[in-house]
Design a protein around this ligand. Structure first.
Ligand code: ADP
Ligand code: ZN
Ligand code: ZN
Length: 735
């Protein structure tokens, strides 16, 4: 045994499917090495930081060819075992390189090799840990007198003390505090607990039943779809379940879809709990992210609220996972490591043996299917909490309306009526800018993007043409480049044009446009929401930014300018998305006492699923949409993987996929996998890249994954400046 080599299996943040083998650094005893520690290693002509996955005795590479790692960065693992193991599982499931998966999950500063030790943030409270409580200060040796005094002081103050308070009894306490923290006898809390909290609401019967049912299952994996219309009190259910989790000394992780929802949700949590709450989203700086991550990992933060990548944040004592708006597309990462945070959260809850709540008014068909087949509990909140009632829906047949304006007569009349009644109006249009098409009336030429198969949108505020796919900006053209004609027309509507039409039509109305252009400024959204809630706005015009999360209690009329792109979209999920969006937008109406009204403009007023949606509601719509999926053999009745390729010339992407298909056919003797394509992507050219795809479908998840494990190593390692490919497991769209 003595001569067996020690081999370190290390994950390197590079697009390499496997780990890399190294010998231990000189002067390091193997016992000091544990999975989850970072090491500095030579890689090519440079050095890089990797994470130790395992220590082995054999390698596929001869031992004398292996390089030695240079140094161990950590004295103990930075990644707890459960997260390291989850990351390894995810790397297998998404067939994505383990080093890149780990790098996605770690805060940037840890990827860069910074310490996982938090310097004391200002105004923190110091608390004695469980380990610290168990120490008798008198048992410490004489030289450690200061440690003993401070430990005893904190033992006598279980609610914690801040540095100033401590300094009154022990001058200059900082080095001593750090020494005690290093021993893990004390810890600090960044957010000082507040004195008073807003009391919990009295639950209605449906809410109470949900809370009781989940609370019975706190010690097991209990996946639930919490299915309740907007305003039915889902958030209140989260809050009360979290309270019970906190009472048991455990932590809660809450995923939310959008950064612009964070302040609202966060405030509601902060008002309710006198515990440290940390947040995680893309607008935090690197230091803030590291703090959030460490406070959660070390068990100091009781509640973690965050967007997609928060799903990887370690928790010392996980008690419940909550995914709010589980249907939201933002949970799926759309580049590099294409994971679904919702699905990862379910796997985490399963491994941690705790409940997980997937809350939504409009369940994704995937989740709904899981609920209908009893894999998930289907918990329903049928009514709006408080007094609000459901809105009424009407379709407006646009075939009978003048095409001059985006606003039909019935919609204009309804706006007039609600303005007179001094109520707020929300108009939804899924396109920003002024007009999506600039066309020559003489020869039919249309302004297109040079880099994409897309048209340029005219923006009136900035007075230029813009491609919404690659961001390219062009000056407005006033003369047709084809025929020299000067009569160019702007066709179609965007938010800016609707705003202009409204202003002409209702000159005294106060109109506010909310889209990504008007809210670029960091505080713009906040200011606008404030104006709305103060009643300083009569008509809101906006994109889907308005559809999510916000409460507009004064809105009684919702107008949907054009629903049609969702009715016959190219993607198999288009209809599902349309239904969710429509319900979410209309959920903004009539949240308070007034009954809401929703008017939908369409050229397809006979569309069966649209009619089902507005007459029978989302559940009926979703059931019918599920039947269509079943007939088409699409998810959730099958499992998909999409191989995407892109190249700078027109043929290479298709050629690569054709080769991949030949390999696939050779492996697929049992024909368990259907192979569709290769075909050009629906928008073939985007941002100078020509894109194509090959779709794999299987009725068996395991068969698909077994196949992928065999197939992917046979594909060329193509990631050049001219050609690249990527795999998307469980793709959200085929675009
Ligand atoms: P959701 O998350 O489903 O949209 P919320 O929890 O935000 O619903 O509740 C909607 C509104 O109803 C909020 O203003 C909330 O304060 C109120 N509410 C929720 N539950 C109750 C209850 N049991 N009693 C009274 N009001 C409630
Ligand atoms: Zn022309
Ligand atoms: Zn473009």
């Amino acid at each position: 045994m003595k001569n067996q080599p020690i081999i370190l299996q290390i994950a390197i943040p590079k697009p390499l499917y496997s780990h890399f083998d190294y010998l231990p650094p000189p002067n390091i005893k193997p016992k000091q090495l544990r999975p989850g520690m970072r090491l500095r290693v030579p890689f090519g002509s440079r050095t890089t930081i990797g994470v130790l996955l395992a220590v082995a005795n054999t390698s596929n590479v001869p031992t004398d060819k292996l390089k030695a790692a240079l140094a161990v960065i950590d004295s103990k693992p930075i990644l707890p075992k459960d997260i390291l193991s989850l990351l390894q599982w995810a790397s297998g499931y998404y067939h994505h390189p383990i080093g890149e998966v780990i790098a996605t999950a770690l805060p940037t500063l840890l990827n860069q090799g910074k310490s996982d030790y938090i310097e004391t943030p200002p105004n923190s409270h110091w608390l004695v840990t469980a380990a610290g409580k168990a120490i008798n200060p008198k048992s410490l040796p004489k030289q450690q007198q200061r440690l003993a005094v401070l430990l005893s002081l904190l033992q006598q103050n279980p609610l914690g003390l801040n540095e100033n308070e401590i300094a009154l009894q022990l001058p200059k306490p900082r080095p001593t505090l750090q020494a005690l923290k290093k021993r893990e006898w004390i810890n600090h809390q960044v957010l000082s607990p507040q004195a008073s909290v807003v009391p919990a609401l009295t639950l209605n019967a449906a809410q109470e039943e949900v809370v009781n049912q989940v609370a019975k299952k706190f010690e097991q994996f209990y996946p639930c779809l919490l299915d309740g219309v907007t305003g039915s009190g889902k958030t209140e259910v989260y809050l009360q379940l979290i309270q019970r989790v906190l009472d048991k000394g455990k932590q809660a992780l809450v995923l939310i879809p959008e950064i612009n929802l964070t302040p609202q949700t966060l405030n509601r949590f902060k008002e309710r709990f006198a515990v440290p709450i940390v947040i995680w989203h893309s607008k935090l700086n690197d230091t803030e992210r590291l703090h959030t991550w460490l406070l959660a990992r070390d068990g100091i933060a009781a509640i973690v609220i965050g967007t997609r990548s928060a799903v990887w944040i370690p928790l010392a004592r996980p008690g419940i996972f909550i995914v709010d708006e589980e249907h939201d597309q933002s949970y799926k990462q759309q580049d590099h490591f294409r994971y679904s945070a919702r699905d990862i959260a379910i796997m985490r809850a399963k491994r941690a043996k705790v409940p997980i709540l997937l809350g939504t008014a409009t369940p994704s068909l995937d989740t709904l299917h899981n609920a209908l087949t009893n894999r998930y509990q289907h918990l329903i909140l049928p009514e709006r909490a408080g007094s609000a009632v459901h809105p009424s829906f009407h379709l407006i047949d646009m075939r009978q309306q003048s095409r001059q304006s985006g606003l039909s007569q019935p919609l204009k009349q309804a706006i007039e009526k609600h303005l007179v009644a001094q109520q707020q109006i929300l108009l939804f249009i899924n396109r920003r800018g002024y007009a999506p098409v600039l066309m020559c009336y003489n020869c039919g030429w249309i302004a297109g993007c040079e880099h994409c198969d897309a048209r340029l949108t005219f923006h009136d505020t900035s007075h230029h043409l813009q491609c919404h796919h690659c961001g390219e900006i062009r000056p407005l053209i006033t003369k047709c480049p084809e025929c020299g004609h000067l009569k160019l027309g702007l066709l179609g509507q965007g938010t800016e044009r609707i705003e202009e039409d409204l202003q002409k039509e209702f000159p005294s109305a106060r109109i506010l446009r909310i889209d990504s252009d008007s809210t670029k400024n960091k505080y713009a959204m906040h200011t606008m929401l404030e104006r709305i809630s103060k009643g300083e706005v009569d008509i809101l015009v906006g994109t889907q930014m308005l559809a999510k999360g916000h409460h507009f209690p004064k809105v009684t009329l919702v107008g949907v300018i054009n629903i049609d792109s969702g009715l016959y979209g190219v993607d198999f999920r288009s209809t599902e998305r349309m239904g969710q969006l429509l319900m979410q937008v209309s959920g903004r109406a009539g949240r308070a006492d007034e009954k809401g009204e929703v008017l939908i403009q369409t050229y397809h007023p006979e569309h069966p699923l649209l009619n089902r949606l507005i007459k029978k509601g989302y559940a009926s719509f979703a059931n019918a949409a599920l039947k269509e999926r079943e007939q088409a053999g699409f998810p959730p009745y099958s499992y998909l993987a999409l191989l995407r390729a892109e190249a700078t010339d027109t043929d290479s992407a298709i050629a690569l996929l054709q080769k991949a298909k030949t390999e696939a056919l050779a492996l697929n003797e049992a024909e368990e996998i259907q192979i569709w394509g290769p075909v050009p992507a629906p928008m073939e050219k985007r941002a100078k890249w020509y894109r194509a795809q090959l779709l794999l479908i299987s009725s068996q998840r395991q068969a698909l994954h077994n196949f992928l494990f065999q197939w992917l190593p046979k594909l060329p390692a193509a990631s050049t400046k001219k050609l690249r490919w990527s795999l998307d497991v469980d793709p959200q769209d085929l675009l």
